[in-house]
Design a protein. Structure first.
Length: 354
């Protein structure tokens, strides 16, 4: 046994159960203090008047004209505004006249038909044979005050609806104008932005080109400056080398001269020392006060020939020259010594830079 489905299950409806599209009514059937309920017959789908098709055509034509009018707003403003206001005035007059005529005809026909039906219901059977032509012919009848009031009310409501439609049209036109103004502003903003971007790009390109030129010029100047510095450094280095070589040569010459002078002085000193030693030896030999050279014992390094060890030994040096006073150096001015020192330094510098 299959399990039964619950009652709450959803079932897809067939096409014949679906609601057909119903056209929306222009006026509601509910009475809210207005005459729309009284005029519901004119707006009802079942009512078909002879001139009803014309009114619907006019309504659709007006709607198409509004659409075309919205498309025509793309024209220049002066031409567009003139055309717009002229068409609006024409449409107002045509719509009012046509609508009032249609409504008056339809309403008059309805009222006459209702009156004829009522009369036919109350007229006796014998009267039909007396005046048969009266039932067929429809005599014109003046409108009652209620009918006049109703027509005035219809005209007022129609004027209100026309004004509302005009206001809607004007609002649409204002919105379209605002949209066009916004689009124009956007276009102008985009154009100004595009121009600004182009100018900025050009300025950046010029700035980049100028920077490149300046960079190339700086590089060239630096290369020239480096080349000049290298040339000057080479020249200065050569001059320095020449001076250095000259100084080394002069130093070598001075050193060789100093060495030669020192050697000659050393030789002279040695010769003088030998001569003085010989003279001293001769003087000692001539003088009789020879000091005993063998006074010390070679092994014990003690004096010999003296019993008293505490006594002072005899002197080993004999001064043949008599006593003389000490030589006191002569005082000299400090400025003279400084001048002499400066002159010596100048001479040394001149020798070095030669």
């Amino acid at each position: 046994m299959a399990r039964p489905q619950p009652v709450t299950t959803t079932v897809t409806k067939p096409d014949w159960m679906k609601l057909q599209y119903v056209r929306e009514r222009n006026n509601s059937l509910d009475s809210i203090g207005s005459t729309a309920s009284l005029l519901s017959i004119l707006d009802h789908d079942s009512y078909e008047s002879e001139d009803g098709q014309i009114s619907e055509k006019n309504f659709h034509n007006r709607r198409e004209n509004t659409v075309c009018f919205s498309h025509e707003l793309l024209q220049p403003r002066n031409q567009r505004e003139n055309q717009m206001f002229s068409e609006l005035l024409k449409e107002k007059e045509e719509s009012r006249n046509s609508f009032i005529e249609d409504i008056s005809k339809d309403f008059h026909d309805i009222c006459i038909s209702n009156v004829d039906e009522e009369r036919s219901s109350f007229v006796p059977s014998g009267s039909q044979s007396v005046c048969p032509s009266s039932s067929n012919e429809k005599l014109p009848r003046p409108l009652t005050p209620w009918e006049k009031w109703l027509l005035m009310k219809i005209k007022e409501e129609r004027d209100i609806t026309i004004k509302q439609e005009e206001q809607k049209k004007m609002k649409k036109i204002a919105k379209i104008r605002e949209a066009q103004a916004l689009e124009e502003k956007k276009i102008q903003i985009n154009l100004s932005r595009y121009k600004w971007l182009e100018e900025k790009a050009k300025a950046e390109r010029l700035h980049i080109c100028q920077e490149r030129r300046e960079y190339i010029e700086k590089k060239k100047q630096e290369a020239v400056r480096k080349q000049e510095i290298a040339e000057k450094s080479e020249v200065n280095f050569k001059q320095w080398l020449d001076k250095k070589k000259m100084l080394e040569k002069t130093k070598k010459k001075i050193e060789t001269q100093k060495k030669k002078e020192e050697e000659s002085l050393h030789k002279l000193r040695q010769e003088k020392a030998r001569e003085t030693y010989k003279e001293w030896c001769e003087k000692i030999n001539k003088s009789g006060n020879n000091v005993s050279q063998n006074r010390l014992n070679n092994k014990t390094s003690k004096l010999r020939g003296y019993t008293n060890k505490n006594a002072c030994p005899p002197s080993t040096f004999f001064n043949p020259v008599p006593w003389k006073p000490l030589v006191i150096p002569v005082k000299t001015n400090r400025n003279e010594n400084e001048n002499n020192y400066k002159e010596e330094r100048k001479c040394n510098r001149e020798i070095l830079f030669l």
